[in-house]
Design a binder for this molecule. Structure first.
Ligand SMILES: [Zn+2]
Length: 281
């Protein structure tokens, strides 16, 4: 997920919202959509009003001039006839990409709204802060911003081989790059060296940035890198890694789906190694 083209983010709710405002209304982790299963439609705010469904509105910005809002619905919000609550993952490849990206953004805002209703320091109910996307405590002044959790992903190469691993939760036969959450006090490079050491017992160098991806499950920013093997024997940590192996660039196993940054990272690296292999020494 990333900011779609034509989308201008803003947190300032306009004085009046047009009737054609796109309303991303969430009951728990599911968003209200209409239309056929394979062609879901995001409701307009006028439709929601007509259905008698509503809640606090968080302005997200405009997509090519059309306003977009996120709305947290109560857990017992009704499911009107002709509409349904759909998990975000079920909308991949069905909802147009820009709307999917805004739905993911909306989910993170709604989730933050729901989990920051009280001050984490003194327990007083919070209120939305003027001028920025934040909740503030009227009693002690504590301010809470939407949570974004940085995580790193790294694809380690050794010459023309790639290190791929399986987490116990992966479907059978699927391998991916290593990943882990950044800890307090670490740079991303520190995190890469620590996670690789902890998960598979080797050292890496030549750490290079590849790309990043927002991932709304629930609030990660995945920052992807490549690195080159620098020493040690593979010793996978049994708790986190079911199996880790070196694969030749032209014999990679099943990979994660194409929506994931891991797939792009692995494919780009395979293409680079294939280019190296084609070049005369
Ligand atoms: Zn407080």
């Amino acid at each position: 997920m990333h900011t779609p083209e034509g989308f201008t983010p803003s947190h300032v709710l306009p004085a009046s919202l047009p009737a054609n405002t796109l309303a991303f209304a969430f009951r728990d982790a599911k968003v209200l959509v209409g239309g056929a299963d394979d062609a879901p439609v995001v409701p307009r705010s006028s439709v929601l009003e007509g259905l008698g469904i509503g809640g606090d509105r968080h302005y997200l910005g405009d997509l090519d001039g059309t306003a977009c809002v996120a709305i947290p619905l109560p857990a017992d919000a009704p499911e009107p006839e002709g509409w349904r609550y759909a998990g975000l993952r079920s909308l991949f490849f069905r909802l147009p990409e820009p709307l999917l990206a805004i739905a993911a953004r909306a989910f993170q805002v709604v989730e933050w709204d729901r989990t920051h209703r009280y001050c984490g320091r003194c327990g007083t109910p919070t209120r939305d802060k003027q001028g920025e996307r934040a909740k503030e405590c009227p009693a002690c002044g504590y301010t809470a911003y939407p949570r974004v959790t940085p995580a790193m992903m790294v694809l380690v190469t050794r010459g023309r081989e790639l290190l791929l691993a399986r987490a116990p939760r992966f479907p059978p036969g699927m391998y991916s790059a290593l990943a882990g959450f950044v800890e307090p006090g670490e740079t991303i490079e520190d995190c890469i060296r620590r996670e690789v050491r902890e998960e598979v017992g080797i050292e890496v160098g030549d750490i290079r940035y590849f790309a990043s991806q927002s991932w709304a499950f629930p609030h990660s920013l995945m920052i992807a890198y490549t690195a080159e093997y620098a020493g040690g024997e593979l010793q996978p940590d049994a708790n986190e890694i079911a199996e880790a192996r070196w694969f030749a660039w032209d014999a990679v196993p099943d990979l994660p789906p194409s929506i994931s940054i891991s797939r792009r990272l692995i494919e780009a690296t395979v293409a680079r190694l294939a280019g190296d292999a084609a070049r005369p020494c």
